[in-house]
Every structure is written in structure tokens, then in C-alpha cells.
Write a protein that binds this ligand. Structure first.
Ligand SMILES: NC(=O)c1ccc[n+]([C@@H]2O[C@H](COP(=O)([O-])OP(=O)(O)OC[C@H]3O[C@@H](n4cnc5c(N)ncnc54)[C@H](OP(=O)(O)O)[C@@H]3O)[C@@H](O)[C@H]2O)c1
Length: 304
């Protein structure tokens, strides 16, 4: 059991808030850090500011930092690469340096997109990434900045799906009205909202990744921290599929009309998203002693 205080950056975001809740429920002292407010945020800090970042860490003096903060929107990264770089790379470097010097443990959240998809998917933790696009390149540079860290875990995530109980109402409302679906952080909520109203919904059949339940991800991250694991981990669902296929399976299970699902992808997505950056995760499941069936997409849909 980790006894020192845990700082979770990006605690106003999807994964940061969830992992903060989970760690607190397990009895940890958690300080949620973000530049904006949120129910899990108790420390405001702009991670683009190196001095402020170090001072915040110094103030709390955590034994563990879970670094979830990022600029994850691909379009935002392409349009403002310098700003994204400060958050995605520089803040990781600063937190990496501080934790390394202070003997603290660091868990950094990375992405399946570090793999450019050129080699066909099913990438293992040992495969060498060849990222395409600004976001992916920055995530990989952040990973590499931690290569010499004595106590860092890099957890690659993919296509995170919050459970139906998730109550991010504002986000849901905003996203449900968008026709564009590739950046949906609440994909199943989006489907339910639109299909339930008989609205046409678009999803791409080209891009394959590993849908991952947010709750399962938070459990995996907690297990990595509890075991003090070091290295690269693929904390993702065990099924590789496209959003289009997932939407069809969702229709089958919930009785929605699958004719409302159309195969579509924007030209921006075609340029920036690899067709297959699916991850192999058997090694990570074994190290965490997790049952691979719990990461299966049918399990995810049935328990949504
Ligand atoms: N969600 C996924 O499907 C997925 C998949 C693969 C990898 N990941 C990785 O997982 C991590 C967490 O993702 P997420 O989905 O939880 O993202 P998220 O919901 O966007 O949360 C990130 C949080 O970091 C905050 N942040 C951004 N810039 C900051 C700054 N300068 N200082 C302090 N906080 C700042 C964001 O605030 P704003 O909202 O105001 O920017 C947001 O609250 C990221 O590293 C992401 O790359 C996520």
C-alpha cells in the first residue's frame, strides 16, 4: 500500500478525475492538480509554467505523481504545436526531473497513437514507435524524456469509454450534438443520445484501436502504482476494433437501428490517424494479474 500523498495532474479531465476518485476510495491521500477547477481539483497550477509546477510539487511533496494532464485534441495540437508542446512534453520533463531527484514514483499517461500504424498494429510494449502527427510525436518525445527515470511507469491508453453512470453532462450535451465523431470522449453516450432519437450517426470503419472502459483503466493504473511497476504498460482493452464496428455491436445489444450508423471519416482524421495502432496487452495483463476477458469489448458493452 502506497502511504505517501499522490498528486494527480489533469484531475479535472476524464481520466485524472476517475483515477483520483478511485485512489481516494482505496484510502489514499490524493491532491488533484489542474489549471481549471473540477470536483477532484484541489490545487490549481498551469503546467506550462515550469517554476509554478516545481513549486506546487515542492509544496505538496508527493511520493507518487500520476501525470494525466495533456493537450489531447489532435486538431488543437496541429494548430498550436508550441502550446501543446509545453504541456505534452515540457511539463512531463519537469515532473520527470522533480520526481527523479526527489525519489518519487511517476506514472505517465501516454497513447496508442505513438505507433504510426505503418507496420499493421498489435504493437507490443517492446516495439519501437514511429509516430505521425504533432500529438503523437509529442507523446513519444515525452515518453523518451523518462527513459533514464529510475521509477517511472509509462501507461499507454487508447479510446477510453466512460461508463453510462458518468455524469459529465455538459461535455455530453456538447459532444452529442456534434456530427463529427472521431474526437468523442463519450462515444457510447453519444451513440445512445443520437440513436435513441433516431438521429443518423457517423463513425469510421478504417481506424482500429482498443476500446477501454474508464473504470478498468483506473483499476489498472491503481494496480501499476500499488505494485510500483517500472517500464511501459499497455493498459488498454483486449479487443481491437473500429468505432463503426463498435457502434454496430452497440445497436445489436441495445436494439437500436444499425442503419442509422454511417461509415464516415474526415480528411483531417485520414491524414492524422493511423489505420491500425492497436496494442497487444497480454504482457501487461499478466503483470497486473488481470483476467484478459475483463478487457474484452463484449464485457465492456454488457457492463456499460
Ligand atoms: N481519453 C482517451 O481516450 C485517451 C487515449 C489515449 C491517451 N490518453 C492520454 O491520457 C491522458 C488523460 O487524458 P484525458 O482523456 O483525461 O484528457 P482530458 O480529459 O483532456 O484531461 C486533461 C486535463 O489536463 C488539463 N490541462 C491541459 N493543459 C493544462 C495545463 N497547462 N496545466 C494544467 N492542466 C492542464 C486539461 O484542461 P483543459 O481541458 O482545459 O485543456 C484537462 O483537465 C492524456 O495524457 C492523454 O494523452 C487519453
Amino acid at each position: 500500500m502506497v502511504e505517501a500523498c499522490i498528486v494527480v495532474t489533469g484531475a479535472a479531465g476524464l481520466i485524472g478525475a476517475s483515477v483520483s476518485r478511485r485512489l481516494k476510495a482505496s484510502g489514499h491521500e490524493v491532491i488533484g492538480l489542474d489549471h481549471r477547477s473540477g470536483p477532484e481539483v484541489s490545487l490549481r497550477c498551469d503546467l506550462r509554467e515550469r517554476v509554478q509546477t516545481t513549486a506546487s510539487l515542492q509544496l505538496v511533496n508527493p511520493g507518487v505523481v500520476v501525470h494525466c494532464a495533456a493537450v489531447k485534441n489532435l486538431l488543437e495540437c496541429e494548430n498550436n504545436p508550441e502550446v501543446a508542446y509545453q504541456v505534452n512534453v515540457e511539463s512531463t520533463r519537469t515532473i520527470g526531473r522533480w520526481t527523479s531527484e526527489m525519489g518519487a514514483y511517476l506514472l505517465f499517461l501516454s497513447s496508442d497513437l505513438v505507433f504510426g500504424g505503418c507496420e499493421g498494429g498489435n504493437y507490443s510494449e517492446e516495439d519501437i514507435p514511429i509516430p505521425i502527427g504533432v500529438y503523437a510525436t509529442q507523446k513519444y518525445e515525452a515518453e523518451r524524456s523518462l527513459e533514464l527515470h529510475p521509477a517511472a511507469a509509462i501507461c499507454r491508453c487508447a479510446f477510453v469509454i466512460p461508463s453510462s453512470h458518468e455524469t459529465r453532462v455538459e461535455e455530453l450535451r456538447r459532444e452529442a450534438l456534434l456530427d463529427e465523431v472521431e474526437t468523442q470522449s463519450m462515444f457510447l453516450h453519444h451513440l445512445e443520445y443520437r440513436l435513441g432519437r433516431g438521429m443518423t450517426t457517423w463513425a469510421s470503419s478504417r481506424v482500429r484501436s482498443n476500446p477501454t472502459s474508464l473504470e478498468a483503466l483506473a483499476a489498472a493504473l491503481e494496480a501499476v502504482i500499488e505494485r510500483g511497476l517500472v517500464g511501459i504498460f499497455h493498459t488498454v482493452g483486449t479487443t481491437a476494433t473500429s468505432r463503426y464496428s463498435l457502434a454496430h455491436k452497440f445497436c445489436e445489444l441495445r436494439g437500436y437501428d444499425s442503419a442509422l450508423i454511417r461509415d464516415f471519416e474526415s480528411s483531417f482524421s485520414r491524414q492524422t490517424r493511423p489505420s491500425d495502432c492497436s496494442l497487444a496487452s497480454a504482457d501487461t495483463y499478466r503483470k497486473l494479474e488481470f483476467n484478459p476477458e475483463s478487457g474484452d469489448v463484449h464485457f465492456l458493452l454488457e457492463h456499460w
